[in-house]
Ligand binder design. Structure first.
Ligand SMILES: C[S@@+](CC[C@H](N)C(=O)[O-])C[C@H]1O[C@@H](n2cnc3c(N)ncnc32)[C@H](O)[C@@H]1O
Length: 180
């Protein structure tokens, strides 16, 4: 199984802050969800895309490996009185459990980059196929990586941008690795 480092995903409020302005994909997934009505979302995170699909009228099974991210997703929909529109499931999409077949499965926002071998990519796609109704749609998006990005020191902490911390994460021991 591919390794999974969830350092980034244990700070879900920071995740939301970092991607608050990333909205260009929402109309795409919202449109698909409007037609499908029932959606299985893999790597749902804090519900950024889930929200667009729920707003479009769909009910969503939201799968993620990070309980931190799913907790924030749960809070998001509870605070809107929309908990009945979203079922969360903590699981890896590499070992996606059986469940009801749906007309639409989505794997948004570069999440496939968390799958590190061709064999595992096929494994994910096989699990997607098992959960899709015949003739259903599978939609995903991914960036075309810049080779320089992958050439960086994998053990370093790479500074991308600054922003104020919106919450206090003092209860967590954050990585103290050097910035390269
Ligand atoms: C780039 S974020 C995308 C989150 C959300 N879909 C969005 O668009 O903001 C990737 C998400 O995939 C989850 N993830 C990574 N590997 C996973 C796996 N093997 N199975 C399920 N979720 C995984 C992470 O925990 C994270 O929430």
């Amino acid at each position: 199984m591919a390794t999974y480092r969830d350092d980034f995903y244990r700070l879900p409020a920071l995740y939301d802050l970092e991607y608050a302005k990333h909205t260009e994909d929402l109309a795409f997934y919202g449109e698909l969800a409007k037609k499908a009505e029932r959606v299985l979302e893999l790597g749902a995170g804090t519900g950024r895309v889930t929200q667009a699909m729920v707003d479009a009228g769909a009910t969503v099974e939201a799968v993620d490996l990070s309980q931190h991210m799913l907790d924030r997703l749960t809070q998001r929909f509870a605070s809107q009185g929309l908990s009945h529109r979203v079922n969360t499931r903590m699981a890896s999409f590499l070992e996606l459990p059986d469940g009801p077949q749906v007309p639409l499965v989505v794997l948004p926002f570069n999440t496939i980059h968390h799958v590190y071998t061709g064999k595992d990519v096929l494994r994910v796609f096989e699990r997607v196929k098992a959960r899709l109704l015949p003739g259903g749609t599978f939609a995903m998006d991914m960036l075309v990586p810049d080779p320089a990005f992958f050439d960086r020191d994998p053990d370093g902490v790479h500074e991308l941008r600054h922003f104020p911390d919106p919450v206090s994460y003092t209860h967590l021991t954050l990585p103290t690795k050097r910035i390269v």
